[in-house]
Design a protein around this ligand. Structure first.
Ligand SMILES: [Zn+2]
Length: 182
């Protein structure tokens, strides 16, 4: 069986006339891809998505390998954080009229008269569900200037909130302390 190499930036697989056999697709995924989905979490991406598609009689199986990095905002210092991505996902497709065969969790039902299969939603979902919940730099790798700035902003906010209340100002507290020492 000959494997065909197809470069497709639109994440669309032509299934019309696709003969029984094995095919390989290569989709580069960059930051623009995630911006199309209006994702504000993923700032940039450099991913290589390889899909091996096996077409059978009434079915298809797609194995996706997604490798590369995505750039997100660090939860702690708000600086860019590059997260490595390396995982595989499987998508089983059954050809059937969707009103005859309802969608299931195990496979995607595709109408055989549909000419193409758009994989962008799947690739997007695969990447998003595989991101770690806590996105922070390794200990000590956060931007020190940003950390200092953020803690400075906290201090300013506290003073701002407490101004107008003399007893809670740092000088008020000092005054109280001096009074108690007498
Ligand atoms: Zn950080």
């Amino acid at each position: 069986m000959r494997e065909q190499q197809v470069e497709n930036k639109n994440f669309i697989i032509q299934i019309k006339g696709l003969k029984i056999g094995k095919y390989e697709y290569d989709f580069p995924v960059d930051g623009a891809f995630f911006r199309e989905f209006e994702n504000t979490q993923i700032l940039d991406a450099s991913l290589d998505v390889k899909i091996v598609l096996e077409r059978g009689g009434g079915w298809m199986n797609l194995v996706s390998s997604i490798k590369g990095t995505v750039t997100v905002e660090c939860d702690r210092c708000l600086d860019d954080l590059n997260l490595p991505v390396d995982f595989s996902a499987n998508l089983a497709v059954k050809f059937a009229k969707s009103d005859e065969d309802p969608q299931s969790d195990e496979f995607l039902v595709v109408d055989p008269s549909d000419g193409e299969l758009d994989l962008s939603q799947f690739i997007y979902d695969y990447v998003c569900v595989n991101l770690p919940l806590q996105k922070v730099h390794e200990e000590g790798e956060c931007n020190p200037q940003m950390i200092a700035k953020l803690s400075g902003m906290d201090a300013e906010n506290n003073i701002g909130q407490e101004s107008g209340n003399e007893t809670n100002s740092p000088f008020g507290a000092l005054g109280e302390l001096l009074k108690n020492m007498k």
